[in-house]
Design a protein around this ligand. Structure first.
Ligand code: NAD
Length: 475
């Protein structure tokens, strides 16, 4: 995306943000370097016979840090995939997991492929073969390395990977925990597909609960009526936009896709736009908004909140100074380069950083992994017991007071928590908890250091926890 040549690559960009945070810490240069470096990157090249010929594919699995195991991180299918990209993404996974206190090290994988070029049965063969290459090297394993979906992959690919592992590890009773983001029949968990977008919603709701934070961005009130522009209407962008507009009253005024964008002042119907995109492959001629051929300049349009939810480096040295949004929430990984970050910080833009903002996915992946290891659905043992207690209380209150509660209230109060309710509760708690820690440090330090922002706080918290793990290991 128009990334100027003088900008460092993605991994260097992440490392610059890391170095910036370390400059506020008192850890030794040696330990900082050990935490920063990527431990290993495996490159596999394999052939698959398709359409009468052998096609060779290149895939990667990078492990950034094994201070906690298994290591965790998505598998991306995109033509942009290379060593630099997976290493940057693996590093971010380490910091993300540490920040939201999910007990995993950081990893990431990718296959250089355009999934749109292949039919589903061809993609299945390619995915299974890639999985085979990783499984035989323990780079997919319930206790060592657990992938998840990322750009270009979803629950379908995760089901193929889980099945491939099961075929190769026939006696592993925990086989289902080898990958997360699976569909329910393959051992998935309710709420995982929506989790990253849901986490973005919870992060924004939490931000808008704090007057000081809103003031820093020059915003007020709550999400009702806020004008939001989203880049990327994939898994993360779609769910975030849907929940924010349908549940919180925000207006999605712009949607940017790789092949054209939509703009509408009164807000775009997200499900209608998504449906149009799915059926026609583009937003062109969508009746509910104005279609713009070159959508990228929409990143610079007037709005209250910008949600880059597509890919890295979308906001870089070439456009950062024209970005008007006072609040940016990084739903994608690395959508703002380190150079752009400096420009935006100097302008006073508040950035809710990727390592926090999109942590909803790995948080619910953690719940799925725990579910797979415990072999039981969350809520199965206690739900009806909880209901019986609530019912007893309501009945006793009605009997002793003579008051009759409404059926709606009784139904809501009595019903015990099912898996989806528990997943959302755990996710909300995680997003609120991590934000609280970041904002406390941010407000504590930003008076003295104008360069100390929410991202720096997130990195400092994460690095400190990884350093703590190393200290506990005696390193
Ligand atoms: P996805 O493949 O479902 O969606 C990506 C969307 O971005 C697609 O609609 C695609 O067409 C669009 N896009 C691609 N290039 C674009 C461009 N140049 N301009 C505008 N739109 C473009 O991927 P996803 O899973 O939603 O992931 C998006 C981002 O979120 C990635 O950075 C990923 O690493 C990050 N992320 C994803 C998850 C997850 O659970 N899926 C978790 C954490 C972070």
């Amino acid at each position: 995306m128009n990334k100027p040549l003088m900008e460092p690559g993605f991994r260097d960009s992440v490392n610059r943000l890391f170095d910036h945070a370390v400059s506020f810490m008192s850890i030794s240069p040696g330990l900082a370097e050990k935490i920063k470096v990527v431990n290993s990157t495996y490159i596999v090249r394999f052939g698959v016979k398709l359409r009468g010929d052998i096609h060779t594919f290149t895939g990667y699995r990078s492990v950034h840090s094994e201070h906690a195991e298994p290591v965790k991180g998505g598998i991306r299918f995109a033509m942009s995939v290379d060593q630099d990209e997976v290493e940057a993404l693996a590093s971010l996974m380490t910091y993300k997991c540490a920040l939201v206190e999910v007990p995993f090290g950081g990893s990431k994988g990718g296959l250089r492929i355009n999934p749109r070029d292949w039919e589903p049965d061809e993609l299945e063969r390619i995915t299974r073969r890639f999985a085979y290459e990783l499984i035989k090297r323990d780079l997919i394993h319930p206790s060592q390395n657990v992938p998840a979906p990322d750009m270009g992959t979803g629950e379908r690919e995760m089901a193929w990977i889980a099945d491939q592992y099961r075929r190769m590890a026939t006696t592993d009773i925990n086989a289902r925990a080898c990958v997360t983001g699976k569909p329910l029949p393959s051992g998935g968990i309710r709420g995982r597909t929506e989790a990253t977008g849901r986490g973005v919603q919870y992060a924004l709701l939490e931000f808008f609960r704090h007057d000081d934070d809103k003031k820093a961005a020059g915003l007020s009130g709550d999400l009702e009526g806020k004008r939001i522009i989203v880049q990327g209407l994939g898994n993360v962008g779609y769910h975030a936009a849907k929940f924010l507009s349908e549940e919180d009253g925000a207006k999605i005024t712009g949607i940017i896709e790789y092949n054209g964008s939509l703009y509408w002042d009164d807000g775009i119907d997200i499900d209608a736009a998504k449906d149009w995109m799915t059926r026609h492959g583009s937003f062109r001629d969508f009746p509910g908004a104005t279609f713009i051929e070159d959508g990228a300049p929409l990143l610079e349009a007037d709005c209250d909140i910008l949600i880059p939810a597509a890919m890295e480096s979308a906001i870089n040295l070439s456009n950062a100074d024209r970005v008007k949004a006072p609040l940016i929430i990084e739903a994608a990984n690395g959508p703002i380069t380190a150079g752009a970050d400096t420009i935006l910080r100097a302008k006073g833009t508040v950035i809710i950083p990727d390592l926090y903002a999109n942590a909803g996915g790995v948080t619910v992946s953690y719940f799925e992994w725990v579910k797979n290891l415990s072999h039981i659905r969350f809520g199965r043992m206690q739900r009806r017991e909880e209901e019986a207690h609530h019912r007893m209380l309501i009945e006793e209150l009605e009997r002793s007071s003579g008051v009759t509660f409404s059926d709606k209230f009784k139904q809501r109060y009595i019903s015990g928590a099912d898996e989806l309710t528990l997943v959302r509760s755990g996710l909300d708690d995680t997003m609120r908890g991590a934000y609280g820690q970041m904002r406390e440090m941010w407000h504590d330090k930003r008076g003295k250091h104008s360069e100390f922002d929410l991202r720096t706080a997130g990195y400092v918290l994460a690095i400190d926890r990884v350093a703590g793990s190393y200290a506990a290991l005696g390193l």
